[in-house]
Design a protein around this ligand. Structure first.
Ligand code: TYD
Ligand code: MG
Length: 454
């Protein structure tokens, strides 16, 4: 009789070891290894379930071109994030904090899809009564959805094989369990095996599968890397649950652009798309305040104006604090060093806090110049003049590097009534933009001079 093999699985990256260790050898996280029995033989077969005697080696030019069919979810914002609609036969993972609106978004989308395609909404989290209550709130077709409240993977697979839906939503993947595995629901091996089994089924039967996943308090999905590898698209909810705006962003998309962003407002009747969000992330002060600088970000296909706020204050501890919300912390440390070395602005004995207004997350380096301007403005207690926007990457030598799609950014700033733009020299437009004075700069000290002149 064979004994179940024991192994240790990292709850952060899904890596396995045969011996317990304090630190995961794969991702170097501490105290993340938990004991689980190894998956049954055959459970880790290829995702597409390649059978022996299958096609084997083929010539790529003999593979027939496949048309990508897309289903429209009834929301332009959600469709855009997915690359133009939900692709038939694709597997999408949707992550986000609890209560941010994942179930609401999917219930609304399924209500629309249900009109033309057989669908199935599987919930392992809430009772049928709770979901029906939400569907009543949303209104429309959501109330007529076929719903299965089940956590056993075998039963769910059985229902899918029987009813043959074209679109399936799993809310959420962490609640499912496979009877063959001894690990508890929500553990890395259950999540991974359940997701792999469902993905295999979706690919075999050409089903669009949307899996909802919870985010752990560190801000990642439980077992994130394993799931991110097997799905076609990964979409995260951002923003804070306290404001009414929700941002949905694609981090991986085999059928569309990454970083594409959809903006929604949570209303008392579900999520409503915000088609023109460019002015959403500005605080609109009555008069200019020190420590605020507006930038134009272009992540995805739309330019967006975002206010960057900084607070620089005397530190009372030997190690001054550097904190960022919505921006990269390591990048802030680098920018402070550049300011010190190349612009003569020292923050060595100052705490520095930087925030992107409205809970939006900006990862592009084009935010650098606005961060520097906001920091210096706060340090000198001198507001950035009204109507000014700034963007551009700041290099370690203090040079200002161009940002992609500068023209579009500038046009958007002019459209929203901004009158002066401090931009990298290479982004200076060839033709003037009505109502906007463009000030091209080449390095950080020139940029700071331009900020308070004119
Ligand atoms: P939900 O979709 O349940 O979040 P998740 O599945 O990500 O955990 O959303 C829950 C929140 O949204 C909850 O706080 C109530 C709020 N909400 C509204 O404000 N209006 C609505 O129409 C609905 C359905 C929910
Ligand atoms: Mg939910």
């Amino acid at each position: 009789m064979s004994r179940a093999r024991a192994q240790y699985v990292c709850s952060a990256c899904g890596g396995t070891t045969v011996k317990w260790q304090g630190r995961c050898p794969h991702c170097a996280e501490w105290n993340t290894l938990v004991a689980e029995s190894a998956p049954a033989r055959g459970a880790g077969r290829g995702l597409l379930g390649a059978e022996p005697g299958g096609q084997g080696v083929v010539l790529m030019n003999e593979v027939p071109a496949e048309q990508v069919r897309r289903f429209h979810t009834g929301s332009d914002e959600f469709d855009r994030v997915l690359g133009g609609g939900l692709v038939a036969g694709s597997v999408v993972l949707i992550g986000g904090d609890p209560g941010i609106g994942k179930s609401t978004l999917l219930l609304q989308a399924m209500g629309v899809l249900h009109a033309d395609h057989p669908v199935l909404y599987v919930s392992g989290e809430e009772s049928a009564a709770q979901i029906a209550m939400r569907a009543r709130r949303i209104g429309g077709e959501s109330l007529a959805l076929p719903l299965l409240t089940e956590t056993s993977l075998e039963h769910i697979v059985g229902a899918i094989e029987r009813d043959r839906p074209q679109v399936v939503v799993i809310d959420s993947i962490q609640t499912l369990y496979m009877e063959d595995l001894s690990a508890a629901p929500g553990s890395v091996s259950q999540v991974r095996e359940c997701a792999a089994r469902l993905t295999r089924l979706a690919k075999q039967r050409d089903i669009s599968l949307v899996m909802i996943g919870h985010v752990t308090k560190e801000g990642t999905l439980a077992g994130p890397r394993v799931l991110e590898h097997i799905v076609d698209a990964v979409v995260y909810f951002e923003g804070d649950a306290h404001s009414s705006h929700r941002i949905v962003r694609a981090f991986k998309n085999r059928f569309g652009a990454v970083n594409e962003m959809g903006v929604f407002a949570m209303t008392d009747r579900g999520l409503r798309g915000v088609s023109n969000p460019s002015a959403l992330f500005l605080s609109r002060h009555e008069r200019p305040v020190p420590g605020a600088c507006v930038m134009v970000t272009q992540e995805g296909s739309r330019p967006l104006l975002v206010e960057i706020q900084a607070l620089v204050d005397t530190a009372h501890v030997p190690n001054p604090r550097r904190l960022t919300v919505g921006l990269d912390g390591a990048r802030l440390a680098m920018l402070l060093a550049v300011l010190g070395r190349h612009a003569g602005v020292s923050c060595a004995d100052q705490d520095v806090f930087v925030n992107a207004v409205g809970g939006v997350r900006i990862s592009e380096p084009a935010a650098d110049l606005a961060v520097c301007c906001a920091v210096v403005s706060s340090l000198r207690d001198r507001p950035v003049p009204q109507g000014v926007v700034a963007f551009g990457e700041v290099g370690l030598a203090g040079e200002i590097r161009p940002a992609p799609r500068g023209q579009e950014r500038l046009r958007e700033a002019a459209k929203l009534g901004f009158s002066r733009a401090i931009v990298p020299r290479a982004n200076a437009p060839r033709q003037s933009i009505e109502g906007l004075v463009v000030v091209p700069v080449s390095d950080i000290s020139e940029a700071l001079k331009a900020l308070w002149s004119g």
